[in-house]
Design a protein around this ligand. Structure first.
Ligand SMILES: [Zn+2]
Length: 316
Protein backbone atom coordinates (compact mmCIF):
# COMPACT_ATOMS: atom_id res chain seq x y z
CA UNK A 1 0.00 0.00 0.00
CA UNK A 2 1.48 3.27 -1.06
CA UNK A 3 0.48 5.16 2.08
CA UNK A 4 1.95 2.89 4.71
CA UNK A 5 5.55 4.05 4.41
CA UNK A 6 7.61 4.61 7.53
CA UNK A 7 8.16 8.22 8.62
CA UNK A 8 10.96 9.73 6.60
CA UNK A 9 14.28 10.36 8.30
CA UNK A 10 14.81 13.65 6.51
CA UNK A 11 12.37 16.52 7.13
CA UNK A 12 12.99 17.76 3.56
CA UNK A 13 10.18 16.10 1.62
CA UNK A 14 10.35 15.73 -2.16
CA UNK A 15 7.83 17.82 -4.09
CA UNK A 16 6.16 16.78 -7.34
CA UNK A 17 4.02 18.86 -9.70
CA UNK A 18 1.26 17.40 -11.89
CA UNK A 19 1.17 18.60 -15.48
CA UNK A 20 -2.48 17.51 -15.77
CA UNK A 21 -4.40 18.91 -12.78
CA UNK A 22 -1.80 21.38 -11.52
CA UNK A 23 -1.48 19.98 -7.99
CA UNK A 24 1.86 20.13 -6.22
CA UNK A 25 2.32 17.39 -3.68
CA UNK A 26 4.96 16.71 -1.07
CA UNK A 27 5.91 13.11 -0.36
CA UNK A 28 7.25 12.19 3.00
CA UNK A 29 8.27 8.56 3.10
CA UNK A 30 5.90 7.82 0.20
CA UNK A 31 6.72 7.29 -3.47
CA UNK A 32 4.42 7.26 -6.47
CA UNK A 33 5.04 7.79 -10.17
CA UNK A 34 1.55 9.05 -10.97
CA UNK A 35 -0.52 11.95 -9.64
CA UNK A 36 -2.75 10.73 -6.77
CA UNK A 37 -5.49 13.20 -7.81
CA UNK A 38 -5.79 12.40 -11.51
CA UNK A 39 -3.57 9.37 -12.13
CA UNK A 40 -1.60 11.33 -14.71
CA UNK A 41 1.93 10.04 -15.43
CA UNK A 42 2.96 13.63 -16.22
CA UNK A 43 4.16 14.05 -12.65
CA UNK A 44 7.60 15.57 -12.20
CA UNK A 45 9.90 16.45 -9.33
CA UNK A 46 10.37 20.12 -8.63
CA UNK A 47 11.52 22.32 -5.74
CA UNK A 48 8.98 23.24 -3.08
CA UNK A 49 7.38 26.68 -3.46
CA UNK A 50 8.72 29.27 -1.05
CA UNK A 51 6.53 31.55 1.05
CA UNK A 52 3.48 29.30 1.39
CA UNK A 53 1.27 29.53 4.48
CA UNK A 54 2.06 27.13 7.31
CA UNK A 55 -0.85 24.94 8.39
CA UNK A 56 -2.12 25.93 11.83
CA UNK A 57 -4.38 22.94 12.36
CA UNK A 58 -4.79 19.39 11.10
CA UNK A 59 -7.62 16.88 11.15
CA UNK A 60 -5.83 13.53 11.15
CA UNK A 61 -6.70 10.29 9.36
CA UNK A 62 -8.81 7.81 11.33
CA UNK A 63 -8.29 4.20 10.27
CA UNK A 64 -5.86 2.94 7.65
CA UNK A 65 -5.92 2.23 3.93
CA UNK A 66 -7.49 -1.21 4.47
CA UNK A 67 -10.59 0.31 6.08
CA UNK A 68 -10.86 2.88 3.29
CA UNK A 69 -10.24 0.17 0.66
CA UNK A 70 -13.15 -1.93 1.95
CA UNK A 71 -15.44 1.11 1.90
CA UNK A 72 -14.36 1.78 -1.68
CA UNK A 73 -14.96 -1.86 -2.69
CA UNK A 74 -18.50 -1.75 -1.29
CA UNK A 75 -19.18 1.57 -2.98
CA UNK A 76 -17.88 0.43 -6.38
CA UNK A 77 -19.67 -2.91 -5.99
CA UNK A 78 -23.03 -1.23 -5.46
CA UNK A 79 -22.54 0.73 -8.69
CA UNK A 80 -21.02 -1.94 -10.89
CA UNK A 81 -24.21 -2.84 -12.79
CA UNK A 82 -23.90 0.02 -15.26
CA UNK A 83 -20.19 0.65 -14.86
CA UNK A 84 -17.95 0.77 -17.88
CA UNK A 85 -16.19 -2.60 -18.05
CA UNK A 86 -12.82 -0.87 -18.51
CA UNK A 87 -13.18 0.15 -14.88
CA UNK A 88 -12.66 -3.42 -13.72
CA UNK A 89 -8.98 -3.11 -14.58
CA UNK A 90 -8.62 -0.47 -11.87
CA UNK A 91 -6.93 -1.62 -8.69
CA UNK A 92 -8.08 -0.56 -5.26
CA UNK A 93 -4.36 -0.29 -4.36
CA UNK A 94 -4.50 3.00 -6.28
CA UNK A 95 -6.28 4.51 -3.27
CA UNK A 96 -4.06 7.14 -1.65
CA UNK A 97 -4.36 9.22 1.49
CA UNK A 98 -3.70 12.92 0.93
CA UNK A 99 -3.63 15.78 3.41
CA UNK A 100 -5.56 18.37 1.41
CA UNK A 101 -4.82 22.06 2.07
CA UNK A 102 -7.84 24.09 3.11
CA UNK A 103 -8.83 27.12 5.13
CA UNK A 104 -10.92 27.12 8.27
CA UNK A 105 -13.08 30.23 8.45
CA UNK A 106 -14.92 31.72 11.39
CA UNK A 107 -16.73 35.02 11.88
CA UNK A 108 -19.51 36.81 13.69
CA UNK A 109 -22.37 37.25 11.24
CA UNK A 110 -24.95 40.00 11.68
CA UNK A 111 -28.05 39.58 9.55
CA UNK A 112 -31.11 41.71 8.84
CA UNK A 113 -33.96 39.69 7.47
CA UNK A 114 -37.56 39.99 6.30
CA UNK A 115 -40.07 37.25 5.57
CA UNK A 116 -43.75 36.47 5.29
CA UNK A 117 -44.81 34.16 8.12
CA UNK A 118 -47.79 31.91 7.52
CA UNK A 119 -50.14 30.93 10.37
CA UNK A 120 -52.66 28.21 9.68
CA UNK A 121 -56.22 28.40 11.00
CA UNK A 122 -59.31 26.34 10.36
CA UNK A 123 -62.72 27.49 9.30
CA UNK A 124 -66.03 25.74 8.96
CA UNK A 125 -67.70 26.39 5.65
CA UNK A 126 -71.04 25.28 4.26
CA UNK A 127 -71.66 24.03 0.75
CA UNK A 128 -74.56 22.47 -1.10
CA UNK A 129 -74.85 19.49 -3.41
CA UNK A 130 -77.60 18.54 -5.82
CA UNK A 131 -78.41 14.85 -6.44
CA UNK A 132 -79.75 13.22 -9.60
CA UNK A 133 -83.35 13.91 -8.55
CA UNK A 134 -82.61 17.64 -8.27
CA UNK A 135 -82.74 17.60 -4.45
CA UNK A 136 -80.42 20.12 -2.79
CA UNK A 137 -78.61 19.29 0.48
CA UNK A 138 -76.48 21.61 2.64
CA UNK A 139 -73.27 20.25 4.28
CA UNK A 140 -70.48 21.70 6.41
CA UNK A 141 -66.75 20.99 6.21
CA UNK A 142 -63.56 22.19 7.92
CA UNK A 143 -60.92 23.85 5.77
CA UNK A 144 -57.40 24.99 6.65
CA UNK A 145 -56.40 28.46 5.55
CA UNK A 146 -53.12 30.35 5.94
CA UNK A 147 -52.80 33.96 6.99
CA UNK A 148 -49.53 35.73 6.26
CA UNK A 149 -47.93 38.51 8.26
CA UNK A 150 -44.70 40.37 7.65
CA UNK A 151 -41.76 39.70 9.94
CA UNK A 152 -38.49 41.63 10.11
CA UNK A 153 -35.63 41.11 12.50
CA UNK A 154 -31.97 40.93 13.21
CA UNK A 155 -29.98 37.78 13.84
CA UNK A 156 -26.46 37.67 15.25
CA UNK A 157 -24.65 34.38 15.18
CA UNK A 158 -21.21 32.84 15.20
CA UNK A 159 -20.10 30.84 12.17
CA UNK A 160 -17.19 28.63 13.13
CA UNK A 161 -16.96 25.57 10.94
CA UNK A 162 -16.61 26.67 7.31
CA UNK A 163 -13.91 24.74 5.43
CA UNK A 164 -12.92 25.74 1.89
CA UNK A 165 -10.34 24.15 -0.35
CA UNK A 166 -6.90 25.66 -0.92
CA UNK A 167 -6.04 22.81 -3.27
CA UNK A 168 -5.30 23.11 -6.97
CA UNK A 169 -6.24 19.46 -7.52
CA UNK A 170 -9.52 19.25 -5.55
CA UNK A 171 -12.18 21.89 -6.13
CA UNK A 172 -14.46 23.19 -3.41
CA UNK A 173 -17.65 21.57 -4.71
CA UNK A 174 -15.92 18.18 -4.75
CA UNK A 175 -14.53 18.59 -1.23
CA UNK A 176 -17.97 19.64 0.02
CA UNK A 177 -19.38 16.30 -1.07
CA UNK A 178 -17.37 14.49 1.64
CA UNK A 179 -17.71 17.21 4.29
CA UNK A 180 -18.25 17.84 7.16
CA UNK A 181 -15.16 17.07 9.17
CA UNK A 182 -15.53 16.77 12.93
CA UNK A 183 -13.57 19.85 13.98
CA UNK A 184 -13.77 18.96 17.66
CA UNK A 185 -11.06 16.41 16.83
CA UNK A 186 -8.91 19.05 15.11
CA UNK A 187 -5.35 19.37 16.42
CA UNK A 188 -2.72 22.08 16.47
CA UNK A 189 -0.42 21.33 13.51
CA UNK A 190 2.92 19.63 14.11
CA UNK A 191 4.99 17.95 11.34
CA UNK A 192 5.04 14.47 12.99
CA UNK A 193 1.23 14.34 12.65
CA UNK A 194 1.48 14.11 8.85
CA UNK A 195 4.72 12.19 8.61
CA UNK A 196 4.47 9.29 6.16
CA UNK A 197 1.61 10.83 4.18
CA UNK A 198 1.21 12.76 0.96
CA UNK A 199 0.56 16.48 1.49
CA UNK A 200 -0.51 18.97 -1.13
CA UNK A 201 0.94 22.47 -1.10
CA UNK A 202 -1.35 25.41 -0.40
CA UNK A 203 -2.04 26.53 -3.95
CA UNK A 204 -5.06 28.81 -3.97
CA UNK A 205 -4.79 32.49 -3.12
CA UNK A 206 -5.88 33.41 0.40
CA UNK A 207 -8.19 36.14 -1.00
CA UNK A 208 -9.96 33.66 -3.25
CA UNK A 209 -10.45 31.31 -0.26
CA UNK A 210 -11.74 34.19 1.87
CA UNK A 211 -14.38 35.02 -0.78
CA UNK A 212 -15.41 31.37 -0.98
CA UNK A 213 -15.63 31.18 2.82
CA UNK A 214 -17.84 34.26 3.10
CA UNK A 215 -20.17 32.79 0.48
CA UNK A 216 -20.45 29.54 2.44
CA UNK A 217 -20.97 31.41 5.70
CA UNK A 218 -23.84 33.44 4.20
CA UNK A 219 -25.43 30.24 2.83
CA UNK A 220 -25.14 28.68 6.28
CA UNK A 221 -26.85 31.71 7.88
CA UNK A 222 -29.67 31.43 5.32
CA UNK A 223 -30.24 27.77 6.25
CA UNK A 224 -30.17 28.68 9.96
CA UNK A 225 -32.73 31.49 9.45
CA UNK A 226 -35.01 29.07 7.65
CA UNK A 227 -35.00 26.81 10.72
CA UNK A 228 -35.63 29.79 13.06
CA UNK A 229 -38.74 31.04 11.28
CA UNK A 230 -41.85 30.96 13.50
CA UNK A 231 -45.33 30.02 12.30
CA UNK A 232 -46.44 27.09 10.21
CA UNK A 233 -44.68 28.15 7.03
CA UNK A 234 -42.82 31.11 5.56
CA UNK A 235 -42.15 32.66 2.20
CA UNK A 236 -40.16 35.51 0.64
CA UNK A 237 -37.27 35.17 3.09
CA UNK A 238 -34.63 37.72 2.20
CA UNK A 239 -31.61 38.72 4.23
CA UNK A 240 -28.43 40.72 4.20
CA UNK A 241 -25.44 39.54 6.21
CA UNK A 242 -22.33 41.41 7.24
CA UNK A 243 -19.41 39.68 8.92
CA UNK A 244 -16.90 40.84 11.50
CA UNK A 245 -14.21 39.23 13.66
CA UNK A 246 -13.23 37.05 10.74
CA UNK A 247 -10.43 34.53 10.96
CA UNK A 248 -9.03 32.35 8.20
CA UNK A 249 -6.56 29.66 9.27
CA UNK A 250 -4.65 27.24 7.05
CA UNK A 251 -5.65 23.66 7.89
CA UNK A 252 -4.94 20.20 6.47
CA UNK A 253 -7.83 17.76 6.08
CA UNK A 254 -7.55 14.00 5.42
CA UNK A 255 -8.98 12.65 2.16
CA UNK A 256 -8.55 9.23 0.53
CA UNK A 257 -8.38 9.71 -3.24
CA UNK A 258 -9.05 6.94 -5.75
CA UNK A 259 -8.19 8.22 -9.21
CA UNK A 260 -8.16 5.98 -12.26
CA UNK A 261 -7.34 6.97 -15.80
CA UNK A 262 -9.26 3.99 -17.10
CA UNK A 263 -9.40 5.14 -20.72
CA UNK A 264 -7.05 7.47 -22.48
CA UNK A 265 -9.93 9.33 -24.14
CA UNK A 266 -11.88 9.91 -20.92
CA UNK A 267 -11.51 12.10 -17.85
CA UNK A 268 -10.23 10.12 -14.89
CA UNK A 269 -12.68 8.56 -12.52
CA UNK A 270 -12.27 9.99 -9.03
CA UNK A 271 -13.78 8.80 -5.78
CA UNK A 272 -13.11 10.64 -2.52
CA UNK A 273 -13.44 9.28 1.00
CA UNK A 274 -13.39 11.55 4.03
CA UNK A 275 -10.32 10.25 5.92
CA UNK A 276 -11.93 11.04 9.25
CA UNK A 277 -15.62 10.13 8.89
CA UNK A 278 -15.58 7.65 5.96
CA UNK A 279 -18.09 9.72 3.94
CA UNK A 280 -17.66 8.67 0.30
CA UNK A 281 -18.54 10.44 -2.97
CA UNK A 282 -17.68 10.10 -6.61
CA UNK A 283 -18.94 9.40 -10.08
CA UNK A 284 -18.69 6.05 -11.76
CA UNK A 285 -18.50 6.31 -15.55
CA UNK A 286 -21.54 4.61 -17.01
CA UNK A 287 -21.63 2.51 -20.09
CA UNK A 288 -24.40 3.88 -22.37
CA UNK A 289 -24.97 0.47 -24.02
CA UNK A 290 -25.57 -1.29 -20.71
CA UNK A 291 -28.13 1.37 -19.75
CA UNK A 292 -29.94 1.15 -23.12
CA UNK A 293 -30.14 -2.65 -23.00
CA UNK A 294 -31.40 -2.58 -19.41
CA UNK A 295 -34.13 -0.09 -20.32
CA UNK A 296 -35.12 -2.12 -23.40
CA UNK A 297 -35.23 -5.24 -21.22
CA UNK A 298 -37.49 -3.51 -18.68
CA UNK A 299 -39.81 -2.26 -21.47
CA UNK A 300 -40.05 -5.80 -22.88
CA UNK A 301 -41.11 -7.11 -19.45
CA UNK A 302 -43.74 -4.35 -19.10
CA UNK A 303 -45.05 -5.06 -22.60
CA UNK A 304 -45.21 -8.78 -21.75
CA UNK A 305 -47.19 -8.13 -18.56
CA UNK A 306 -49.57 -5.80 -20.42
CA UNK A 307 -50.12 -8.49 -23.03
CA UNK A 308 -50.86 -11.14 -20.38
CA UNK A 309 -53.33 -8.84 -18.57
CA UNK A 310 -55.04 -8.09 -21.87
CA UNK A 311 -55.27 -11.81 -22.76
CA UNK A 312 -56.58 -12.62 -19.30
CA UNK A 313 -59.24 -9.93 -19.63
CA UNK A 314 -60.50 -11.48 -22.88
CA UNK A 315 -61.06 -14.91 -21.30
CA UNK A 316 -62.76 -14.37 -17.93
ZN1 LIG B 1 -2.89 15.46 -11.25
Amino acid sequence: MAVSGAPAQSPAAVTFACGQCGATLAFDGVRTARCPYCDSPNFVERPATAGLPDPQFVVTFVGDANVAGRALDRWLGSRSMFADSALRHAKVEDLRGVYVPAYLYSAVARTDYTAQIGENYTETETYTTTDAQGKTTTHTRTVTRTEYRALAGEHVGYVSDVIVTASRGLGNAELERVEPFDLKQMRRFAPPLISGWITEEFSRERDECLRLSRGEAVDQIGARLGRFMPGDSYSDLSYKTSVSWESLDPILVPVWVFAVRYRDDKDPLRVLINGQTGEIAGKVPLSPWKIIFTILGALAVIAGIAFLIHQHGRHP
